[in-house]
Unconditional design. Sequence first.
Length: 405
Amino acid sequence: MAISRKQQIAMAVIVVLGGFAAGAVLMTERHKTGEEAATAAAAPSGTGPASGIAPTRPVHEVREVKLDESQVRKANIGIQVAGPGNIQTVAEFHGEVRFNEDRTAHVVPRLAGVAEAVPANLGETVRKGQVLAVIASTSLSELRSELLTAQRRREAAKTTCDREKKLWQDKISAEQDYLQARTALQEADIALQNAQQKLAAVGAGGSRSGSGGLNRFEIRAPFDGTVVEKHLALGEAVKEDASIFTVADLSTVWAEFAVAPKDLATVRVGQKVVVSSSAFESKVEGVVSYVGALLGEQTRTARARVTLTNPQGAWRPGLFVTVAVRGDLQSAPLVVDAVAIQTIENQQVAFKAVPGGFVATAVKVGRTDGKNVEILAGLEAGDKLASSNTFVLKADLGKSGAAEE
């Protein structure tokens, strides 16, 4: 079928119009693709509509907590003025609580024997002179027998001396007989004192111990304390030098720590320290009571210790502690309270007081002693800022940020 001239012109026009339409659609798609790429490049990794995570707020952005004066008073938020102050340098050392060796006794029987009774228990609090154990000792029996013999001989020598003295005074016997009797009495006195000293050396006084026999030996506590070790059971044979009990007075303990040579100039006897433990919140103040004059051959450190009062028994031997040694006071141009600094989004901030509330201001901190903090940047002298209960402001700021996001 032949195509007319008009039909050819119409078909050409349709083809041209279709090309223009296809080009317009292609340009539109390319334009959208460019905008989406730019948006994806600007957004942080892992954020955007596809990830479902909203972009985080920049840390340096100024953030304000609005509070009026009545709300500030109700929240008990203190205000301080930043200015110059003093920082007390603190050096921290790791240590361990140990027994006070001056108040720790290793009880030995001092006589060989067999345990007849062991009334003291491990962990028991004992008083000075309280019976810890009773042993039967043949050695003690011989010592007491020697004492009894010396007593009888002394009594007989005294009677003889008195009789000879009276006979000599009455001119009945010679003076030589009286002198011999007096010498025998003096020798009996020496033998009696010797027997008494032998018993005193082993801690056994007298010829008998209570209602028991000559071999009964009572081992008593040397002072008030706690039985922290026990190595004796009923019927057990013990030697004279065996450590059967360890009694420690836990009202005072030692906090010992190692000091490197570079820190020996910092740690001195009489210096104030603060001892703390991660096991509980309690802290106690003390002074350095001893710094070793020699360095350990293996550790190359000097031993130092702090004597701590321990009335409640909280500082138990074996507890790991941190000893903060306070140094000299050093001046700083800008100081604020340590509680005025909070950490928000991994950055330290202070809440500067402004009309109608507080503004979280990023700061750079320097030295600190736990109470005061040196400010190197972010604040100026004379700035007013929140110094107590700042966690309230931090919590309110977190709520505001979550609501905005």
